[in-house]
Ligand binder design. Structure first.
Ligand code: NAD
Ligand code: MG
Length: 383
């Protein structure tokens, strides 16, 4: 029997990796919704190939082009944020949440309200909404499966174990493309997005370079695995072979290893609790030779410290941190600010002035996100 699937952010790096796996077993899947921001040509081609029920562009100004591209195909075309949430709310067996940024939060929450399984790549949504999202998951009986490779690794290491028996969760970090670059002030967007191990979208690539990716992942882990923040630590492991580890109280450490290919954690979510084939290169340990481990350097890369402080403060702080980072990354990619200003801007938005009250609903999270973006944008313009 085929399973139904929707992919939010179908044209992105995680979205296309997911579709690559589905393509190999097309008869096992029924594709319901595919969405993109505005990449009409690619979205329409994917919708036709996978015979999706509906294709949605988040940017409403692209809807006419999408309608034209899908004319005569029998595939519904829709546009705008509301249409995106309505499509995400169509009941399916599994939703792959692969939109980048807090823009994905509304659609993820709409999918959660259907009580299905959500394979979550969109870490910014969980970082911003935190308890609001985990409470909705519990209320609607939904299941969150982590796509992020570290969290997927931890999830696998926890299968068969008890969370009360965990002593440490160790998130591994590649350290990004700038780990060994001396002068961070002159880093260009091209250098920052050139990740040594992973091929990813531009925003997460910059986050890897600043280490905000690991900071967001710390907050993500804190919501997914309730062991307490003080039991989650970060270790730099430049080869990205071990994707994360769980140490139990008897001294046993379980690790998940694999190639640096997102199709491995995506496949683990698609097939869970079973396994499926992937075309990924198997690990060749003798060719890899040695694995290295280092403490993160928070003097050079303050992002993990800022994220830990935001997670400890709780309430609105993680949503503020995420929003400020999204604004800063966009400004850096637009060449409006130097690399080193990204974390400075995030720190200023977090520490200057009062934090908003803790959001208690989706609307309140979106209000914090919007207000923090405005503040970050003002600070950019003032400086
Ligand atoms: P990407 O930039 O390649 O793709 C993003 C997708 O979201 C595209 O389909 C795009 O059209 C859509 N999108 C962009 N802005 C939107 C908006 N405002 N509204 C609606 N849709 C919008 O990004 P990616 O690298 O695939 O990352 C997606 C998410 O997965 C991110 O949260 C990222 O942190 C996470 N993630 C990615 C990887 C990876 O290897 N790429 C690994 C782990 C986690
Ligand atoms: Mg990751």
């Amino acid at each position: 029997m085929s399973r139904s699937i929707s992919i939010l952010g179908a044209t992105g790096s995680v979205g296309t990796s997911t579709l690559d796996l589905i393509r190999r077993d097309a008869k096992d899947w029924r594709v319901v919704a595919l969405t993109a921001n505005c990449n009409v040509a690619e979205l329409a081609a994917l919708a036709k190939e996978f015979r999706a029920e509906i294709a949605v562009v988040a940017d409403e100004s692209c809807l006419n082009d999408l309608r034209a591209a899908l004319d005569g195909s029998g595939i519904e075309a829709a546009g705008g944020k509301r249409a995106l949430c309505e499509a995400a709310a169509r009941p399916v067996d599994i939703t792959v949440a692969a939109i980048v940024g807090c823009a994905g939060l509304g659609p993820v929450m709409a999918a959660i309200e259907q009580g299905g399984t959500i394979a979550l790549a969109n870490k910014e949504a969980l970082v911003s909404a935190g308890e609001v999202m985990t409470a909705a998951v519990a209320k609607h009986g939904a299941m969150l499966l982590p796509v992020d490779s570290e969290h997927n690794a931890i999830f696998q290491c926890l299968e068969g174990g008890r969370i009360e028996d965990v002593r440490w969760i160790t998130l591994t970090a590649s350290g990004g493309p700038l780990r060994t670059v001396e002068d961070l002030s002159a880093v260009t967007p091209e250098q920052a997005v050139a990740h040594p191990n992973w091929d990813m979208g531009a925003k997460i690539s910059v986050d890897s370079a600043t280490m905000f990716n690991k900071g967001l992942e710390l907050i993500e882990a804190h919501h997914l695995f309730p062991v307490g923040l003080d039991r989650i630590r970060i270790v730099v492991h430049p080869q990205s072979v071990i994707h994360s580890m769980v140490e139990y109280r008897d001294g046993s450490t379980l690790a998940q290893l694999g190639p640096s290919d997102m199709r491995v954690p995506i496949a683990s979510c698609l097939a869970w609790p079973q396994r499926m084939d992937t075309p990924c290169e198997p690990l060749d340990l003798p060719a890899i030779g040695e694995l290295g481990f280092f403490q993160p350097d928070e003097q050079r890369f303050p992002a993990t410290r800022l994220a830990r402080e935001a997670a400890e403060a709780g309430g609105a702080a993680p949503a503020v941190l995420n929003a400020a980072n999204e604004v800063a990354v966009a400004a850096f990619l637009d060449r409006k600010i130097p690399f080193s200003r990204i974390s400075l801007l995030v720190e200023r938005v977090l520490t200057e002035g009062n934090l908003p009250d803790a959001p208690r609903s989706l609307d309140e999270v979106l209000m914090v996100d919007d207000a923090s973006r405005k503040r970050a944008t003002e600070m950019l313009e003032l400086a």
